[in-house]
Design a protein around this ligand. Structure first.
Ligand SMILES: Nc1ncnc2c1ncn2[C@@H]1O[C@H](COP(=O)(O)OP(=O)(O)O)[C@@H](O)[C@H]1O
Ligand SMILES: [Mg+2]
Length: 247
């Protein structure tokens, strides 16, 4: 991780998020309702909630992939710019890999940032994803877990200041889930801001510093992970943590 990534800049850290009055409608239906949220510039935030709660729509708006119907999103106090967008990376649940080798997928991402130390960085990313022995294998022939590890390494090749992960371990076995969670904690410790959508309580407990809990498009609760999982404040989060079906 570069010192630039760690640095908070002069007063406006573009890893710090402020959301005010965020609303979103799809086909006349309100899917996000009046969300206010402030996130510190450090750490791993888990965005949790039942299917359909609005988690994916929310992070797509935060990353600038969707324009909200109302409200504001600012990073470091400013609206998203093209440069800011380039300093963020997004990994979806089913990433699309290039029809090339594992190494070529990573090289492509490294050249996007015009890095000079490509071969050193390539080796480091292959090691991070535990894919050094598969560098020449066509990426699309990797197992699901390997593909997801590659997608994460490819996102990290761009040295993001903010990393969005949308249910990236949802279909993976425990070993691959753990491998990805280890990388998430490591990049967070190195200064990358991580926003992780997950409906896996165990994952939230293992990796999150704080939890944003959505219920039917509303922010039901935003709490430190320690208190969220032991003493959730909202009735919706309490039901969710106790394994009750909360509709
Ligand atoms: N393209 C779409 N067309 C219509 N409704 C959508 C579309 N995308 C999302 N929605 C609706 O918006 C709500 C929130 O979706 P989403 O953010 O994907 O939920 P989550 O990620 O929490 O499971 C859901 O009710 C979903 O049906
Ligand atoms: Mg989703």
């Amino acid at each position: 991780m570069t010192s630039e990534t760690r640095s908070s800049g002069c007063g406006s850290d573009i890893r710090q998020l402020t959301v005010r009055g965020l609303c979103h409608d799809i086909a006349g239906k309100r899917v996000l309702e009046n969300i206010d949220l402030s996130l510190q510039s450090q750490g791993v935030t888990a965005i949790m909630g039942a299917n359909g709660a609005g988690k994916s729509i929310l992070i797509r708006i935060l990353h600038g992939l969707l324009r909200p119907s109302g409200g504001t999103v600012s990073w470091g106090g400013r609206a998203m710019t093209r440069d800011m967008l380039r300093s963020q990376a997004f990994v979806p649940q089913s990433p699309v890999l290039l029809r090339r080798s594992v190494a070529a997928n990573l090289k492509f991402a490294l050249t996007l940032r015009r890095r000079r130390d490509i071969s050193t960085r390539l080796d480091a990313l292959l090691a991070l994803a535990d894919l050094a022995d598969k560098a020449d294998q066509p990426a699309r022939t990797l197992s699901g877990g390997e593909q997801q590890r590659l997608a994460l390494a490819r996102a990290l090749a761009t040295d993001p200041k903010v990393l969005f992960l949308d249910e990236v371990t949802a279909s993976l076995d425990p070993a691959n889930t753990l491998a990805i969670e280890t990388v998430i904690r490591r990049v967070s410790d190195d200064g990358t801001r991580v926003l992780l959508v997950s409906h896996d309580l165990g994952q939230g407990k293992r990796v999150a510093d704080d939890v944003v809990f959505l219920h039917r498009g509303r922010l039901a609760e935003h709490s430190p992970a320690k208190t969220f999982f032991s003493q959730p404040v909202s009735a919706e989060a309490r039901g969710y943590c106790e394994g009750r079906i909360v509709l």
